[in-house]
Design a protein. Structure first.
Length: 378
């Protein structure tokens, strides 16, 4: 059975990237690797749209998360976390673990954070840093980070952004929007296997270093090494080689073209879902071009839906998290996807729901998705 991966991460990896990852391993200080390493660091700045350092760690995206917390938090300092889903709660858990004085601006899962709320909260209580999520994959919501950052900057706060699933899929203008620390990972829109954590760091963020203990994730240690085309610890050589190829593919397509493709894929997926008569959970808007979250129809076991898609049809989608478990399913379409991937998952969802006894309109989702994709040039 052919397998299809439609989770918000890990995501499918292009064959060129897999070939690079599977090539013979070279030494990380050899002439074979150093040009690759230099290209990756340069290309990451292009993708982040920053002139500042992008630090590379052998870690998951959560490792990049922890690097930001370990470098910016001192015990007892006030920090504001904006949370509207699972990954906002991860910021809460991490900053709390490092003993920050954490104030949480919490929204119901599925709501979109509002800059005016951030502005009002900061008038009530100052914060050294404001921690936000750009793409909340647990709900499909993509926040307006530009507006949230502007509100935070009015008080002089550092702005830290989780862009793990958004970097390379939706605009993230690190320098233009005044973002101080932007964390991401290799396994989402950057089309590389899991294992690389990334963080773009502004001079203001470097100057705001806290007193928390750190070693492996020390920004200054990594920054100094990368400035000499070195790494403080052995890098994940095969993954860096794969990321080099993946970034080349992304930049060859062009970032703006990639953003447009994701918008069109999101529109096509939502149109197909609605054509079946299903209800969207994620917002029906162009910013929601990373994940489409769909409510499970009444009378259908959400867990059974996911298992049947996987076991009978080879389609892996993401179930709901937390209180949404069994109530929604999520279709990821970030990175190495085209419209025929969208039609494949829609056809499988339609077939599976019919098998499970749901009353849906048959035979319309694929046609509606194709029509919408072709009409959705932006």
């Amino acid at each position: 059975m052919k397998r299809y991966l439609f989770t918000p991460g890990p995501t499918p990896v292009p064959p060129e990237v897999l070939a690079a990852v599977g090539a013979p391993v070279v030494h990380h200080r050899s002439p074979d690797f150093l040009p690759v390493y230099e290209r990756v660091l340069t290309r990451l700045r292009e993708v982040y749209r920053t002139e500042n350092d992008v630090l590379l760690f052998g870690a998951s995206g959560t490792g990049a998360f922890e690097s930001a917390v370990a470098n910016l938090v001192s015990p007892g300092e006030p920090h504001l976390v904006v949370s509207a889903g699972s990954f906002g709660e991860r910021w809460v858990a991490m900053t709390t673990a490092f003993e920050a004085d954490v104030d949480v601006l919490r929204y119901a899962w599925g709501e979109t954070p509002d800059a005016d709320d951030v502005r009002a909260r900061l008038r009530e209580q100052e914060a050294k840093a404001v921690w936000v999520v750009q793409s909340e994959t647990s709900t499909g919501v993509v926040a307006d980070v530009r507006a949230l950052a502007a509100a935070a900057k009015e008080t002089g706060a550092i702005v830290v952004v989780d862009a793990v699933s958004s970097l390379g899929a939706v605009p993230c203008e690190t320098d233009a929007w005044g973002l101080d620390a932007v964390v991401s990972g290799s396994q989402k829109a950057l089309m590389t296997p899991p294992g690389l954590g990334l963080v773009a760091v502004s001079p203001a963020a470097l100057a705001a270093t806290g007193s928390s203990p750190r070693f492996y994730f020390d920004w200054e240690r990594t920054r100094k090494a990368q400035a000499k085309l070195d790494a403080p610890f052995t890098p994940a050589v095969p993954l860096v080689a794969g990321l080099d190829v993946a970034l080349g593919l992304l930049l060859e397509e062009g970032l703006d073209a990639a953003f447009e493709r994701h918008i069109r894929l999101g529109r096509a997926c939502r149109a197909g879902v609605k054509a079946m008569g299903l209800e969207l959970f994620s917002p029906d808007e162009d910013r929601s071009s990373v994940v489409t979250a769909v409510r499970v129809p009444d009378g259908v076991d959400g867990q059974m839906l996911s298992l049947t898609l996987r076991d009978r049809h080879g389609i892996t989608v993401a179930p709901g998290q937390g209180d949404l478990k069994g109530k929604i399913f999520r279709i990821g379409h970030i990175g190495y996807f085209d419209v025929f991937d969208i039609t494949t998952v829609l056809a499988a969802v339609e077939l599976t729901l019919a098998e499970l006894g749901a009353e849906i309109e048959r035979g319309v989702a694929v046609t509606r998705a194709l029509e919408t994709f072709e009409a959705a040039r932006v």
